[in-house]
Design a protein around this ligand. Sequence first.
Ligand code: ADP
Ligand code: MG
Length: 263
Amino acid sequence: MSELNRIITIANQKGGVGKTTTAINLATALAAIGEQVLIVDLDPQGNASTGLGIDRRDRKLSSFDLMMGSHTVTETVVSTAVPNLSIVPSTMDLLGLEMEIGQASDRAFRLKRALQSDGAKTYSYILLDCPPSFNLLTINAMAAAHSVLVPLQCEFFALEGLSQLLETVNQVKQTVNPALDIQGIVLTMFDIRNNLAQQVVNDVRTYLGDKVYHTLIPRNVRVSEAPSYGKPAILYDLKCAGSQAYLQLASEVIQRERRRKAA
Ligand code: ADP
Ligand code: MG
């Protein structure tokens, strides 16, 4: 099957592990090297939308309307301050999605259908920022995606959460998306002074081998400040260690894509 774009869902059922930060900064880094990038914000919290400076007034249409099938990507998309990066923002409406479409026979495939439109095909990368739960939104994301990118926080329960997630991916493969691939695992908020964090890195690498990116995203205060300015860290402070790590992650993602396409 020839692929016009690469749809990557950024998922982990745990909150606060760096999903949104990874979506925003990986997207920005890919856009900076000339890829046309779209983020679809699937979290009712709308952190990706806020972190990219999208005003509430510019969220009249949102990913909820995509899921309802009432509007297209072209109609719901908003451009960001980052050249080549657009977003379909989210609103709290998403909280009511399960009520609206939970009984529909195509409920798992709403996003997939929306991303098959011509408007979506103008993007070379589409990143789906998932909520911290395993619900209809996450299922839609996994059904629509080519692959899953998993941010994993370097902490004690990381591996436990990861095996749950991999189990979920297997369930998705057996049901809604047999072709779903693991794009990679990225270790986030790494603290070099914390011995436990190094142990987690070693364990995850032993367990998952080359699925784990070489890039370690450090815990970095500049990265956590950036969203309050409505900017990706890469725009807020390009030189900080966190931004540099996300640029390196983007180059790893691109290298893997080249290898995959050549295979
Ligand atoms: P999720 O989307 O998985 O819930 P977020 O990306 O929103 O996680 O990150 C959770 C919190 O941690 C946010 O306040 C974010 O700014 C902060 N954070 C994420 N990555 C880093 C990092 N590398 N260094 C410091 N703070 C970070
Ligand atoms: Mg988030």
